[in-house]
Design a protein around this ligand. Structure first.
Ligand code: PFF
Length: 478
């Protein structure tokens, strides 16, 4: 069976016709890191760290990133480069019977794209807030709610963000995606380091006369908190960290397969995987370093429990408390978040465009225009999900969803563990891990952790993914 998959892939590779690709290792790493670093790192990671025991969550996350993250990322990129194809065709090339998995994988970005530009639009709105000096108004509890329930505003910002994304994708892999990421990613990194350092210098005395400093906030962030820890709770933290890794590294959704298909044979996949992980985990850690001390200084430990509203409700309050400086720090923060969201959104649209180009034999321009029209309409519907099309849908995991949450739940909580489970069976047991290892070692490259890779893909990934899938469906309790 191993040989059969390989032959099909080789045969298909001869026919592949790639219009362009990344210029080299750095271009690829920037673009892949651009996809990985997004709202997940800036908002979701700090919020989970605050909820799940600070340093304890961080240690668990890093261990999982170096084992699971490494395995899933190596698999996706290698599948992409070896087959030279996008998810639907790539899985078919690996084993014709598994084409369905390629189709399911393709559905993830197809669903994510319906709402990612809407979130990008929210961030863009806050960039405008700090540009025009509306920071005080944004610090009120009602501001965010009033914005997303205003049909005109919510739609306007979502559409603008969608069109900027489409512009980058329209310009192609090298001149659009690589160029955009290579400029925005370093700028974003400098900004996040600067804001994190600034957050550590903060100090505030509240109405009760209690003074809190940024350094104390740092201790809250990094110190492992074992209070009330039980096996069940540890399991929950583990699962939180696991699902965060998926989302954060953009794996198991065909994105890294598509980006992998654009890299040349002289790129060292093993090194690239480590670089992408380093970038992604580094930005997540820095985001926590920036957000947790800021919230702690102005709102104390209680403030950090805000959860999802942390970024759009709590942070504007923090910026407002900084008086004159807040406007600049707020602008820097949301501008950086907008860059991170744009490079991620680009990777989602690119994956859909690339699959459609391959399947329907379309030119990039035509595929991009057609899909932009389709997804602009979808974004409008999702953006109106808080006003005109408001729904309250109970989910199996116990939460109540609007349209956006529903799309997010189906794609991330439900489909991604399912896809990783099946692809670890395909790679680990049907075609064999050597199919991937061969690609990583192509041209005499070193793959030091291949023993770990083999073990993870065959035994650990399938089991953990199955547990994660059960948890997301509510079968395991949440
Ligand atoms: N990896 C991105 C983040 O951490 O925010 C999120 C993301 C990008 C998710 C692209 C999904 C996606 F298709």
């Amino acid at each position: 069976m191993e040989t059969q998959g390989k032959c099909t892939a080789d045969a298909q590779r001869k026919h592949k016709k790639k219009e362009s690709g990344f210029t080299g290792q750095i271009g690829f790493v920037m673009a892949a890191a651009g996809s990985a670093v997004g709202v997940g790192n800036l908002w979701r990671f700090p919020y989970l760290a605050a909820k799940d025991g600070g340093g304890l969550f961080i240690v668990i996350y890093l261990i999982l990133a170096l084992t699971f993250g490494f395995t899933l990322l190596t698999s996706d990129i290698s599948v992409g480069r070896k087959t030279g194809m996008n998810s639907i065709r790539a899985y078919e090339a690996m084993s014709p019977k598994w084409k369905f998995l390629g189709i399911v994988t393709f559905l993830v970005p197809a669903l994510i794209m319906t709402y990612y530009a809407v979130i990008g639009g929210w961030i863009a709105r806050y960039v405008v807030v700090y540009l025009t000096g509306e920071g005080k108004a944004a610090a009120s509890d009602e501001f965010f709610g009033a914005f997303i329930t205003d049909p005109h505003q919510a739609v306007l910002y979502a559409v603008v963000f969608m069109l900027i994304t489409a512009f980058v994708v329209f310009n192609g892999v090298e001149k659009g995606i690589e160029k955009c990421s290579s400029i925005l990613m370093p700028v974003m990194l400098v900004m996040i380091v600067a804001i994190a350092i600034f957050a550590l210098t903060l100090k505030n005395t509240d109405a009760d006369g209690i003074t809190r400093t940024g350094l104390q906030g740092l201790a809250v962030y990094l110190t492992p908190n074992f209070e009330g820890i039980t096996i069940r709770r540890l399991m929950q933290i583990l699962l939180d960290a696991m699902s965060q890794i998926f989302f954060s590294l953009s794996v198991s959704m065909g994105i890294m397969i598509t980006y992998g298909s654009y890299i040349k044979k002289d790129v060292d996949i093993n090194t690239a995987v480590h670089q992408i992980e380093f970038f992604d985990s580094g930005v997540a850690l820095l985001a926590g370093l920036m957000i947790i001390p800021s919230i702690f200084v102005f709102d104390g430990i209680e403030g950090m429990k805000a959860g999802p509203s942390l970024m759009f409700v709590s942070l504007p309050k923090v910026f407002d408390s900084m008086h004159g400086l807040g406007r600049f720090v707020g602008l820097a923060f949301f501008l950086m978040a907008a860059f991170a969201a744009l490079t991620s959104c680009v990777s989602v649209l690119e994956t859909i465009v690339a699959n459609c180009m391959e399947i329907f034999h379309l030119e990039r321009r035509h595929a991009t225009i057609g899909l932009t029209i389709l997804y602009t309409c979808a974004s409008v519907v999702v953006a109106l999900g808080y006003s005109t099309f408001y729904i309250e849908l109970p989910l199996p995991n116990g939460s109540v969803a609007q349209i956006l949450d529903l799309m997010d739940y189906i794609s991330n909580s439900f489909m991604m563990p399912f896809i990783s489970f099946l692809s670890s069976i395909l790679i680990g047991w049907v075609i064999g891990p050597d199919w991937i290892i061969e690609e990583v070692e192509y041209g005499g490259r070193k793959f030091g952790l291949k023993g770990l890779y083999r073990f993870m893909i065959r035994y650990i990934v399938p089991v953990m993914m199955f547990v994660l899938f059960l948890q997301s469906t509510g079968l395991l309790g949440s």
